[in-house]
Design a protein around this ligand. Structure first.
Ligand SMILES: [Zn+2]
Length: 394
């Protein structure tokens, strides 16, 4: 059923068409020359039908008008756009299909109608049909850029990374400038190859990702995981430390594989030294280590449990809830038990709270993502450095 808003919009459309006619009829002299006839009787009939709330009949009339009156082309595009904006995609598709059936469209008009129809298909969730039309338009002299942008969005949505790379390359040529997006697609392919155990292919994709000029941090993370998977633990450790060097927020992601690699080669004391050094230069990292330890339930190293206890027992919220003085005066074993219980509760809370945040749009999620589903930017999501509980209180 047509909505009230549709009636209003369609009414506005007809009024606008009539106003446009009146301007052309009585306005500037050049436009005046183009007017071959007084306002079309069909427009007035269309207006009546809209006012009588007979949108389907009005639509039929406008479609028929397109067949006989090429001057109404732009207004039909506007009508199709309005229908699509209102979510009445079937009507928008009918308008644009009828325009395409007109034999006298020039190339630019035909491309515009194809593009509008592809947008209708997108609106209806018919991505394969939209893709076919956008592909037809990638050679269009007028609309290729927008067609490629839409194709890239479809391929990103469907994780068609090779096709995304191809469309992205064409877009770079058209725009005459490089963009970092292509590097992200290669990272996606590299990660897929790594998970499937095809390390050689994964390395190849990573090389292309570097050439693409993007995903530096992500590339290091994938390389580190490849080295770990292949048993080159010293190299994996070097790369994981590089990630912390570049962005402290990744401590929560990297502490677990750091522990794993050190355990594999029996160098767990080295990790203790490494963390001591980090804290010496940057004491605030205690919070990051504590957060990572609580999330990952790490209790292997004294320094990690110490960070966790200090963080918990110096937290303003917990100080107001528990008798921290009494806990601190307990023997180390009892103190540790108290801290562990609080850590368990915090871990339980974190299961249902956001752990990652997009630095561009504020989108939050519980799992790590490289492509923000909200603002569509790449590599803008970062791990939080502490519990949401603290953030909401600050
Ligand atoms: Zn975002």
């Amino acid at each position: 059923m047509p909505t009230d808003a549709t009636f209003i919009l369609a009414g506005l459309f007809v009024v606008a068409a009539a106003a446009g006619w009146a301007f052309a009829r009585f306005g500037g002299s050049r436009e005046k020359e183009d007017i071959k006839a007084p306002i079309s009787a069909d427009y007035l009939r269309g207006l009546n039908l809209v006012l009588d709330r007979q949108t389907d009949e009005a639509l039929e009339l406008f479609v028929r008008m397109a067949k006989v009156d090429s001057d109404t082309l732009e207004t039909h595009f506007a009508l199709g756009h309005l229908f699509r904006r209102r979510g009445e995609v079937d009507r928008a598709i009918r308008v644009h299909q009828n325009l395409l059936a007109r034999p006298n469209l020039n190339e630019t008009q035909r491309h515009q109608a194809l593009f509008s129809l592809a947008e209708d298909y997108l609106g209806a969730g018919l991505y394969d049909r939209a893709e076919k039309l956008f592909l037809q338009l990638t050679e269009s002299p007028t609309i290729a850029t927008r067609a490629l942008e839409n194709l890239i969005n479809i391929y990103e949505r469907e994780s068609e990374w090779m096709r995304a790379i191809e469309a992205h390359r064409k877009l770079e040529v058209l725009n005459g400038e490089k963009s970092s997006r292509g590097g992200q697609y290669y990272c996606e392919l590299a990660e897929l190859a790594r998970v499937q155990g095809n390390f050689e292919l994964a390395r190849q994709y990573l090389k292309n990702s570097i050439r693409g000029g993007s995903g530096a941090l992500r590339g290091i993370l994938i390389r580190a995981a490849i080295e770990k998977d292949q048993g080159d633990y010293p190299e994996a450790l070097r790369l994981y430390e590089q990630i912390i060097e570049r962005d402290r927020r990744f401590m929560v992601e990297v502490l677990s594989p750091l522990l794993e690699c050190h355990k594999k080669i029996g160098s767990i004391k080295e990790l203790e030294k490494y963390l001591e050094q980090l804290l010496k230069h940057e004491p605030s990292l205690q919070q990051d280590i504590a957060y990572a330890a609580v999330i990952g339930n790490f209790t292997e190293l004294d320094i990690i449990t110490r960070c966790m206890e200090n963080f918990i027992l110096s937290n303003d919220l917990f100080r107001s809830l528990v008798d921290v003085k009494a806990i601190m005066s307990e023997d180390p074993k009892t103190r540790h038990e108290h801290a562990s219980r609080i850590a368990d509760a915090l871990r339980g809370l974190s299961v249902n709270s956001a752990r990652y945040l997009c630095t561009n749009c504020g989108y939050s999620s519980q799992s790590f993502i490289w492509h923000c589903p909200s603002c569509k930017n790449w590599e803008t999501v970062r791990p939080l450095r502490t519990f949401q509980l603290d953030i909401s209180m600050s």
